[in-house]
Design a protein around this ligand. Structure first.
Ligand code: NAI
Ligand code: MG
Length: 352
């Protein structure tokens, strides 16, 4: 069979990392007898500036039939961030019920953590972030603009389906990893949505008696990400908290440019979407120095999701070997002076 993947490079460094990584991904797939075709969609902020919408009105119908979607990043200095985010990424994650955002944080050998006492492999956890609702529900409004009594309301939404799905995915992952799940909320302050969330963790947890559940408030958890990151294994958190904690996770394993992400519909009714954690990074756009490794590792997650374990492993191993080699090219975010292309060219030589 041939897999069909829709590719949306997006804005800023999105097309830089996506297009360069493609040569590597194609070569690795060929080496593992995996056949796939990509269709490129030039959706994003340039389209918004020209036509008033990030994607065409029938975008979801056009994406529906693919085996997976690969996204670069969206975000443009001339377009408000809430427009770019809601007009593309969130429309896809919500429309395709990609309730589960899985984001591993792994400290590779050869990468220096800002937490200097940790060595390769010491930090190895995965965050399961609720991906379709919570604090990112588009619920609220503004009233009395310009008057003294001006107000803004922003509501968080927690549904049983959305919460149970992410919690179950995290428990499943915990059974396959070290049997430990850390549930991160703020249920002391947010006594409705987050206490509901905690109740669901308790409820679903009864089906997984072998998994040890730790509960942390997000403020304390932020400190513990810095103080004892080696003790985390599987983490489950709401949309906002998961978003923040995974940038922190990327920071402590060396760079945002290394971090991969997946947006998964566990029912597999809709295609899942894979993307590096980082955004469009206007500050380095066009300089040719964006780190492509977050993108390569996101392709690893894509192949894992589609059951192509050997191909996924080959991408992972190439990255691990490159990072462990002090003579290999690396981008400036991880202390090197090479560009995106040189890093990808070197990875191509390391595919087995
Ligand atoms: P960002 O992730 O684009 O950049 C943050 C910092 O990390 C910058 O200093 C950047 O140079 C660096 N960085 C990011 N990716 C890198 C890479 N691959 N290699 C080397 N360095 C890298 O986040 P920022 O600056 O907050 O947002 C920029 C735009 O991206 C905004 O419009 C924002 O809304 C959007 N954004 C989009 C996301 C998405 O498409 N999923 C996620 C996060 C932000
Ligand atoms: Mg983020």
């Amino acid at each position: 069979m041939t897999y069909d993947v829709a590719v949306i490079p997006g804005d800023g460094i999105g097309p830089e990392v996506v297009d360069h990584a493609m040569a590597l991904v194609e070569e690795a797939a060929a080496a593992h007898d995996v056949s796939f075709e990509t269709t490129r969609y030039d959706w994003g902020s340039e389209r918004y500036l020209a036509e008033g919408a990030m994607m065409p009105a029938d975008a979801l119908d056009r994406l529906r039939g693919y085996d997976a979607i690969f996204l670069g990043a969206v975000g443009h200095p001339d377009v408000p961030d809430h427009v770019t985010l809601h007009g593309l990424r969130l429309e896809i994650t919500k429309g395709f019920k990609q309730h589960v955002c899985k984001r591993p944080s792994y400290l590779f050998e050869g990468v220096t953590s800002p937490l200097r006492e940790y060595a390769g492999g010491d930090i190895d956890f995965v965050v399961y972030r609720q991906n379709t609702e919570g604090e990112y529900a588009d619920l609220g409004g503004r009233e009395y603009g310009g008057f003294d009594n001006e107000v803004a309301v922003q509501s968080a939404l927690f549904t049983r389906e959305g919460t149970e799905t992410i919690v179950r995915a995290a428990f499943e992952a915990a059974t396959e990893r070290a049997g430990k799940l850390t549930n991160i909320t703020k249920s002391n302050a947010q006594a409705h949505g987050m206490v509901f969330w905690d109740d669901i963790v308790t409820e679903v947890g009864e089906e997984y008696p072998s998994v040890e559940v730790e509960r942390l408030l997000v403020d304390a958890a932020s400190m513990d990400f810095v103080r004892r990151p080696d003790e985390f294994d599987v983490i489950v958190a709401s949309n906002l908290f998961g978003d923040i904690l995974t940038d922190l996770g990327a920071g402590i394993v060396g760079s945002l440019g290394l971090a991969p992400s997946s947006n998964i519909d566990p029912t597999r009714i809709h295609p899942s979407m894979f993307e590096p954690v980082h955004g469009s990074a206007f500050d380095i756009t066009g300089k040719g120095i964006a780190n492509p490794i977050g993108t390569v590792l996101s392709w690893k997650l894509l192949w894992e999701h589609l059951g192509e374990e050997a191909l996924a492993r080959a991408l992972h191993d190439a990255v691990a070997a490159q990072l462990a080699d002090p003579g290999a090219p690396r981008t400036p975010d991880i202390g090197g002076d090479s560009g995106t292309e040189a890093v990808v060219d070197d990875l191509r030589l390391r595919i087995e």
